[in-house]
Unconditional design. Sequence first.
Length: 406
Amino acid sequence: MSIPDDWIATNVGNSAAFLTGFPFASTKFSQAGVRLIRGSNVKRGVLDWSAEITKYWPINDSSLRAFILREGDIVIAMDGALVGRSFARITSTDLPSFLVQRVARLRGTMVDQNLLYQWIGSHAFARHVDDRKTHTAIPHISPNDIRDFPILIPSSSAEQRRIAEALSDADDLIATLEKTKAKKQAIKQGLMQQLLTGKTRLPGFTKTWSSTTLGALASISRGASPRPIASSRWFDSNSDVRWVRIADVSRSDGRTLRVTTQALSPDGIARSRFLKAGTLIMSIAATVGIPVITGVPTCIHDGFVALENLKADQRFLLYLLKASEATLREAGQSGSQMNVNTDIVRGLAVRLPDDRNEQERIAEVLWDLDDQIFTLERRIVKNWTIKQGMLQQLLTGRTRLPAKGE
């Protein structure tokens, strides 16, 4: 690939000061002192200081000065399933902290630190690591695998900074959207806890709530599977009747299932449980307690139940089941995989407004919040795609950014 004449083809080892951490003895870890950055703390672009994984060194030993991190340092986990994608930039809130073995630290020498961070966060680095990592139970990379990563940089430090700033601006926009999404999700979680229990009432509703069971609110029936399930006889990719698996539900928006990977033939439909579009279903095996409304004609296997002939608002029940997921899992029967039977589902204790209008209004509030969250998710994906395009153009010199005033 050709690059501009005033650009340099080099690698991380020739462009940055590289250091791996000190082998701190785990027997001397403490509950207070200087935090230790281990591989488990390094996530995708952030450091995780959760109490259960954070360890401390009891003293700030001057002999370990070389391993003290500073703001702006780039750290890379060298082990784990996400090796090549587990990296972070040190901020002031992460300090003081020590670098532990099997975590690498980078400080740019002939490359702008923020531009180096963009290279480490690129698909190119992830692909490079994927080609080099060991294929063992716990994949890992060596220091040379990081040093040898090839990068392209402008010879002008000013141009390096312009590229880094443009890419950082894109990161900041994505981070802002992520924070807004997290805030909306927290609001929704709080509203579910309040509105679905009657602790908080929406304006205009004063009628009583009643306790009952799920079985009193719906006809609950289990799905069925054609056997042997691997036979191609049961499937037809051209069929309008979709075959629901838990992976399909997990990939849906959590409310309406419109897309599945498989469809059933007439023989398959005859040996399964057919449901018209607009049916509330819920998983009862493996991943227990995940509800969704079918948006297309489907068939369900015996890892799902259908809830029909409803005596409550469907969308209210959808959210009520989402809030009951933990309860169902606790009631689950362990074996080769977690499952609950239809009697457990029918006996699930629920509480709901006697006024159907209140049920509908509660569901509407939560549905609207979900719409806002989905809109943010789409904006995040769109801006992430734009950022990847910017990386491909700006990190290779295909697109040049003019200096201010040009």
